[in-house]
Design a protein around this ligand. Sequence first.
Ligand code: IVH
Length: 693
Amino acid sequence: MYSIEQEKQFLQLAKQLQATEINENDLTIVRDIIEYADWKYYVQDNPVLADLEYDILFKKLKAFEEQNPIFITTTSPTQRVAKGLNTNFSTVAHLVPMLSLENSYNAEDLIDWDRKCKELSGETIIEYCVEPKFDGASISLVYENDELSRGATRGNGTEGDDITINTKQIRSIPIKAAISKYNLKQIEIRGEVVITKKRFEEYNNKLIADGQQPMANARNAASGSLRIKDPKEVAKRNLDAFLYNVSYTSLQENKTTHAHMQTHRGMLESLSLLGFKTSLDNTKTFSTIEEVTNYVQEFEQKRDQLPYEIDGMVIKVNRLDLQEKIGQTSHHPRWAIAFKFKARQATSKLLNVEYQVGRTGSVTPVAKIEPVSVGGVTISSLSMFNEDVINEKQLMIGDTVLIERAGDVIPYIVKSFPELREGTEQKIIFPTACPVCSEKLYKPEGEAVWRCTNINCEAQVIEKIAHYASKDALDIRGLGDALVRRFFEQGFLKNIVGIYHLPYEQLKSLDGFGEKSMLNLKEAIEKSKTQPLHRLIFGLGIRYVGETTAKALARTVSHLTDLYLKTKEDLLTIEDVGEKVATSIVEFFSHHDNRAILEALENEGVCLANTQKNEAMSGSLIGKTFLFTGTLSMKRSEAEAIAEKNGGTIIGSVSTKLNYLVVGEDAGSKLEKAKKLGSVTILSEEEFLKLVE
Ligand code: IVH
């Protein structure tokens, strides 16, 4: 896509442009650099510019275009950003109908298909291209004269919704593609819009935390996202698009078909070179169906390791001339077939609904079902999230239900089969009082989750203790949910602080809890006292404070009680802390009971000081601020770690607050600015290392 020289030049220019005003002569290069940075980030997963550097360039371009609108072009990166809402998606006809795929499930199916392909093509050996089958939402993109001219959903196969604006929010879809290099005037490309499992989970957690209904699976999340009316919201979903087929091409005048456009693999390679995201890494070609079968079966084992959901593999005849010869039905091409992985769906019976009270008092309905194996895992109990899910799916106790387990995502009920009811099924009645403490349940306006507001509710207390002891918090091995519950029920443990004065002599009398388990537990509890501060913060179970926020908070203090002093405004300056999180933190630390618990923990010997910071406090760079710029011989993060380890603090920009600027090769605007200021000591990497020696 880009030569090494070109990449180097882009990066150099990107740095230089940081400090200067841009004018009309810079427009092409600024746009090219942004496009290049997008490609590295979204297609190659290998970012080259710091977020801040990227933002500065983007803002400069935008500001210039706003002041000089005559210079705006349709392919400027600023044009991805949409203004206003879509009121309606108009319908557009696909250049070529979007077909489906025939499915196969085993080696015999593939042998049959191979035989048919050979019959229809008259060949004795056919080369097949095998690639993942993405489980997302299909899209069709048209590029004309090297520009994205249209994006559409599948629709009914012949016509789809025009979602051009929304496709532009997907940064791995280039808005410029030099198809003319392949002698093409127009091209229609098919692909799948997907969301990574990780982003899907994060997104769902956010929905749940906000009291909203989570999405059923990654596929629904992707296809739903494409139809959102607000393009800004689409952008936030962080979608990806893999392109896997060219359905139509038209040549430029007097040009002939480019050599790369003669095989499917060649087309994928061309798409990749044009800047599209493809699955070439996992695509292989074979010339026997046995090898194909081995590969797809092998791949099924790796399915869970992929960042995306795939539901099978697609096998395609590699030569395009043979594809044409083999032809298609009105439903699917005969030259391609899907090999579907084992179903992760199964049916079972809904036996009962139980209600679980979580750490924050949320009441979650849990379906108890007849145990059933779904894709190799036996399931007998699964979350129904909230009351709305039950109502929407119109579930009843006694119903036959369809269960799905997609990848690492928690299993859920897809639907019930009302037509199979016998009349003995019972309505599910959501409780109005807490099933544990009987306090009246409360549902905040606009939320879907009922909550028990009694902070002394047994269920909440148990969950809180279990969370405190969990692996990512204080990591007290052995003190899992079940044991916490047992200790609590026996009266040995009433709150977090109680962990530190368990009556070990009495514990010995518990069934199955021997001397050895006791010693191990004692040791793990002792160890928890000196865990890093961020683990303790996370372990406190402050609403909306996950691990990342806990780490960010810990970095800002020397002692946990410093957090008492932070105002909402202070907290808002921390990365990723927004209104809701900041309010929740302030509220937590202003609560007298919470402060009392922290005090008690400290009395028990739990370390509330930021030891990681204190270690550094003894270093030679104490009280000094550092900033690194340019290319260093070590990784920048390593250099920063060295400075921090010796007591230094890293800051983000050149100002009078900066003591040392450490410059590597090709340092740009920061160096200039530091020189201008005069107050900053400028060091080479070598000088910096001497300083820490
Ligand atoms: S080829 C004419 N390749 O699966 C060619 N489809 O269940 C038809 N899909 O309609 C498409 N990954 O939306 C192809 N690597 C892949 C695919 C893929 C996912 C989707 C596509 C198709 C559906 C059929």
